[in-house]
Design a protein around this ligand. Structure first.
Ligand code: NAD
Length: 441
């Protein structure tokens, strides 16, 4: 369902009227396209405190113009901020430039991991989180602000490139931790360069559940764009759509219900050559307030959204189907973080996904060389959200820093970043794709 308000505010009379009435001013977000440069404008690299990061080569490879015009991206390296006085340098660095950042531009703040041995440093570094989230809420014009905690710039290369590019159009106000280690076979530092940077997943196999439509369809398309051989999994009732998509992407369709007790074995059986990227996207809602919710609505949501994710993950790890260097990306939701009236079943299932990711991630990496992360979409324009009553739908669209819903492509690009061979140091993260939704912010 088209966002008519966004189209209206894109016209001169619409802008005039909505400004006069003090209504939200969503900017048309710039999204990735093969034909356009990464961003229109330059990259400004600023530092607060004394940094030990070797950022310059990583930023040089980001594909951003280094022209001296208005910055399209600002990277503030604040890893060296050790105390409150150091925070003044954060203000001094960004205060003069933030106004000049182009529409749909990017601000990425770099911080250090929490320091249990130095509470002054920990306080100053934690302050960056409140700073980032606050700037994200006020910056406007489709611009995003995110914080990356890191110790090794090379290990964070895929993350920085994602956050600086239009691929992260709907990701704002996020705090992402990047470890120093790499997963599996990708080499030290997690910065393994793909043979072809435009097709980083070439030679890899990806399976996306619930891929016949909506977000899953976009994820399958994006992973195929990045070179993966894609397996489109959906229920037998979605056969026509699943086969059409698989044909278009040069992949294969796998028709099964993920809640089947033997779903994991059947997936493993269909992938004798192994699997590199597993995207748990299939999900359902059966909304009712708890007082009106029969047990079957509860259990069906818990089974599709959580129990099947646990079962198939366990089965595919145990069978060795997921190869070292593999990636698991599960789909949570901001409803699982903030809660949502009428969604006790859905909120529970999606919070369960977060629990699964945080617990399994370190073990899966140590034992199988596989990373485990989650995307947590906010309001995404799909058939699922088109079915939401008008008033709630409008609230969902506007109640975020970008004042609009996201697109399936936004979740797909985030998944592709997590699936990237160079993202081996990103593990156990739950990344919201929500335009910095006010829900659970
Ligand atoms: P959708 O309803 O458009 O598509 C879901 C797909 O999953 C369908 O093709 C469906 O056939 C498939 N599916 C459902 N049950 C299945 C089963 N048992 N086995 C195999 N396939 C099954 O949904 P969507 O909006 O694209 O959402 C995709 C994921 O993103 C879900 O996990 C959803 O909870 C999550 N999510 C969506 C939003 C949003 O705003 N749309 C927000 C937060 C989270």
């Amino acid at each position: 369902m088209a966002d008519r308000y966004l189209s209206f505010t894109g016209t001169a009379p619409g802008r005039f009227l909505t400004r006069r009435l003090g209504l939200p001013q969503p900017a048309a977000l710039r999204r990735w396209s093969a034909e356009r440069p990464v961003l229109d404008g330059g990259l400004l690299h600023l530092t607060a405190g004394t940094s030990k990061l070797d950022l310059a080569p990583v930023l040089a490879r980001a594909g951003l113009g280094a022209d001296s015009g208005r910055p399209a991206a600002v990277v503030l390296d604040a890893t060296g901020v050790r105390d409150v006085a150091g925070l003044a340098e954060v203000h001094a660095a960004l205060h003069p430039v933030v106004r000049s950042v182009t529409a749909s531009g990017r601000v990425v703040v770099l911080g250090a991991p929490p320091d249990p041995a130095d509470h002054h440093r920990a306080a100053a570094q934690q302050a960056l989180e409140g700073f980032t989230r606050s700037l994200g809420k006020e910056i406007g014009r489709g611009r995003t602000v995110n914080l990356v905690r890191l110790t090794d710039a090379a290990a964070a290369e895929s993350t920085l490139h994602f956050l600086l590019s239009p691929k992260s159009a709907y990701v704002s106000g996020q705090v992402i931790e990047v470890g120093a280690g790499a997963a599996g076979t990708d080499g030290a530092g997690g910065a393994a360069a793909a043979a072809d940077p435009d097709r980083p997943l070439a030679g890899r196999t990806a399976l996306v559940t619930g891929a016949a439509r909506g977000i899953g369809e976009a994820v399958a398309g994006t992973l195929a764009r990045d070179g993966a051989r894609v397996v489109v999994l959906d229920v037998p009732q979605a056969e026509a759509d699943a086969r059409r998509l698989a044909d278009r992407l040069g992949g294969t369709a796998l028709l099964l219900d993920v809640t089947a007790a033997d779903a994991g074995e059947r997936i493993a059986g269909a992938l004798p050559g192994g699997l590199d990227v597993l995207v748990h996207n299939a999900g359902i809602t059966r909304d009712r307030r708890l007082v009106n919710m029969p047990a079957d609505r509860w259990s069906s949501v818990l089974d599709v959204n959580l129990a099947s994710v646990l079962r198939t993950t366990d089965a595919l790890l145990a069978a060795g189907t997921l190869r070292p260097g593999g990636r698991i990306v599960a789909t949570a939701s901001i409803a699982g973080i903030a809660g949502n009236a009428g969604q006790t079943n859905y909120g529970a299932s999606k919070a369960g996904v977060v629990g699964l990711v945080r617990s399994l991630a370190p073990r899966a990496l140590a034992e199988h060389g596989v990373t485990v992360n989650a995307v947590a979409p906010g309001f995404i324009e799909t058939r699922m959200t088109a079915a939401v009553p008008l008033f709630i739908r409008e609230a969902g669209r506007r109640m975020n820093s970008l004042a609009q819903g996201g697109l399936p492509a936004d979740v797909a690009e985030t998944t592709a970043w997590l699936a990237h061979p160079a993202s081996g140091a990103v593990n156990g993260q739950v990344v919201r794709v929500c335009g910095q939704s006010l829900l659970g912010a």
